[in-house]
Structures are given as C-alpha cells and as structure tokens.
Design a protein around this ligand. Structure first.
Ligand code: NI
Length: 178
C-alpha cells in the first residue's frame, strides 16, 4: 500500500469543498487503506481525503482503544459524515498534518452525534466525546476547506501562522533541492 503525499497549507486544494462519495468500489477501498497507511506513517490520529488531494467526503480516524493497560489500533472510517447533535465545550490543543510543526488550542464541542456511511456504504450513527469528538470535528472541517487555525482568535492565529512559516522556511533550508 503506498504512502500518499499529504498536502500542506497554503495548498489551495485544502480549501475546496469536498464532494460526496457515491460509488463504493474497489478504488474507494484502496483509497481508505492508503489513507490509513499514510496517517500511520505520519503518526497522526486522523486524516481527511482532501489532505491527500482527493475531493471526497471521507475521513479516517484512529485514536486507539485501551484494553486493560494496552493500547490497540481502532481504525474508523466515516463517509459523507454529518454532525446531527453537538453540545458542551472542550478546549483542546490541536495540531494538523497539513499544518506541521505547530499546535494551538481550539474550543470544540465536548460531545457530538455523527451520522455517516461506513466503508460498505451502510448508514451508521455514533456518539463521541473527548479526544474522539475533537478529532471528528477537526477532520470534518477539512471536508469544507476549513483548517483548525481558521478557528483561532486573530492574534493567536497570526502568531501560530508566523511560527508555521518560520518552521517551513527552516526545514526548506535544511533539505537540498530535489
Ligand atoms: Ni488536520
């Protein structure tokens, strides 16, 4: 399974409204598997299809599952997802594979109920709280062209993006041209 390229801000493809998934074929299954591979390779907990340049309403998340003292993988796929209920407030320090090198606190809803299709196209419903709820809201934003930095207060957004630009410039200076 190939590891896909993750687009980074300010790539304009991250700003598009993704299209609903209508066909549940082998190519979609391959894309889902490749997205999990890409997310694990990048050591992320969530990835949305627009981040790999695919305009589809598809998100993969794996925040793991604790069984006794051990953590196990818990891969979840959400297709054409919609938040149907949301309440509470939960501040969380977020990062994003498309805005690497920085983190900042965003206030999200503490609980969400999600309606979506699974990878076979069957309708599902799920309630989530904590990190899982934060992750769902962060990834669903990507489907509408929104990045978490858009949700920061103006000054914090400016500082976070300055840090990001600086770390980008540093890593560009360190790697030789292709
Ligand atoms: Ni992200």
């Amino acid at each position: 399974m190939p590891v896909l390229e993750i687009l980074t801000h300010p790539d304009p493809r991250l700003r598009e409204i993704a299209r609903p998934v209508e066909v549940f074929d082998a190519a979609l299954q391959q894309l889902i598997d490749d997205m999990f591979e890409t997310m694990r390779h990048a050591v992320g907990v969530g990835l949305a299809a627009p981040q790999v340049g695919v305009s589809k309403r598809l998100v993969v998340i794996d925040i793991g599952r604790k069984d006794g003292e051990e953590w196990h993988p818990d891969p979840q796929v959400f297709i054409n997802p919609t938040i149907v209920e949301a309440d509470g407030e939960l501040p969380w320090k977020e990062g994003c594979l498309s805005v690497p090198g920085v983190r900042a606190e965003v206030v999200r809803c503490a609980r969400v109920v999600l309606s979506y299709l699974d990878r076979q196209g069957a309708p599902q419903r799920l309630e989530a709280g904590g990190l899982f709820a934060v992750c769902i809201q962060h990834e669903l934003d990507h489907l509408d062209g929104t990045l978490y930095v858009d949700r920061l207060p103006p000054l914090e957004q400016k500082l976070t993006l300055q840090d990001y630009e600086r770390s980008r410039a540093e890593s560009a200076a360190q790697s030789p041209p292709p």
